[in-house]
Design a protein around this ligand. Structure first.
Ligand SMILES: [Zn+2]
Length: 339
């Protein structure tokens, strides 16, 4: 077994993680300060997998890659694992620069356009409305409202057209066959890419080495149980060969899918147990806002509070959907949970 590539590439540089597979890293304007992108090479042909946050800092680094990494390459396709800004932010910009299509799943394509338009219950006002029902304070709601459409800031333009990929598809990319493995709970129809022959998995955000993937409820689907969707999706990765090298969107490449999936299952089991215990101990029904300190024992900035709220609602919905908690809806729409 070869050595694990665990020293991230500097901005504008690449690290070869397997024959024909290069690792790029781009900055992010958040506490989570980086995202990993991948290049799949077949001779001079290159497929870009994920695109980075759609801001000037990332585009400046891309411009360096155009002149160096990609100087003698022919970019043939852009693949986006999902619609989040650190993955899709520059997809349209890259696709039009190279005159190539963007391959992604149908739900991620539609969600990107809905998020930009604030349609389908995915606008900032919808998010504020959901969080208000779950007890977010007026101060935090005002701070969220003031920042406007954060998604559109990170994805200035969604792809105008796309090549649809579907779970189970075999894609010929970079001289290898990659199977699309769809996953749920983090985004509408996340596409990971598994190459059985080379024992590689581009896991996107579905399988990360250290942090747990954000699993959140969104206002268009307020009763959703994304925790179950996410945990069910992990079984698809457990079926991959044990020596598979996982190429995650955050952190560094790793092996040991089964151990990581087991740790994530345990993580969510413990969080749910702690949340359930907190509901039992509480003197009154609890809002998602009330239980954020049970799930997150640290100070949260606005972006982290946004993720924490969606995550708290997701875990409460899971307890409710699995019969471990009651959901109480007041006449004014306020949602609380009780044991
Ligand atoms: Zn994501």
């Amino acid at each position: 077994m070869d050595l694990l590539p665990n020293a991230p590439p500097a901005p504008g540089r690449v690290v070869e993680v397997a024959r024909g597979v290069s690792w790029l890293r781009m900055p992010l304007p958040f506490a989570l300060d980086h995202v990993n992108l991948w290049l799949l090479r077949d001779g001079g042909d290159v497929t870009l997998v994920d695109c980075g946050y759609g801001d000037a800092a990332t585009r400046a680094i891309w411009a360096r890659h155009f002149d160096t990494t990609l100087a003698s390459a022919k970019v043939v396709r852009v693949v986006a694992t999902h619609c989040h800004p650190d993955h899709l932010g520059n997809a349209e910009w890259l696709a039009s620069h190279f005159g190539v299509p963007v391959a992604m799943t149908y739900a991620e394509f539609m969600a990107a356009h809905a998020l930009i338009a604030g349609a389908a219950g995915l606008g900032p006002a919808d998010i504020g409305g959901l969080f208000a029902r779950h007890g977010m304070s007026g101060e935090h709601l005002a701070a969220l409202a003031a920042r406007g459409n954060q998604y559109h800031r990170g994805v200035p333009e969604a792809p105008h057209a796309f090549e649809r990929i579907v779970g189970g598809d075999d894609l010929a990319l970079g001289g290898r066959t990659w199977r699309v493995v769809t996953g749920y709970g983090h985004s509408p129809e996340h596409a990971a890419l598994a190459c059985a022959d080379a024992a590689l998995l581009v896991s996107g955000d579905m399988l990360l080495p250290r942090i747990s993937t954000n699993v959140a409820v969104w206002p268009g689907e307020p009763d959703a149980d994304p925790v179950s969707r996410f945990l069910d999706s992990l079984t698809r990765f457990e079926a991959l060969p044990a020596d598979t090298l996982v190429l995650p969107s955050h952190g560094v490449p790793f092996r040991g899918i089964a151990e990581r999936v087991a740790a994530l299952r345990e993580h969510h089991r413990m969080r749910l147990d702690e949340l359930s215990a907190a509901l039992v101990a509480a003197a009154a029904p609890q809002s998602a806002e009330d239980v954020i300190p049970v799930l997150f024992r640290r100070t949260l900035d606005l972006q982290q509070r946004f993720f924490a709220m969606g995550e708290a609602i997701a875990h409460l919905n899971h307890l409710w959907q699995s019969g471990r908690a009651q959901r109480l809806v007041a006449a004014d729409g306020a949602i609380r949970f009780a044991a």
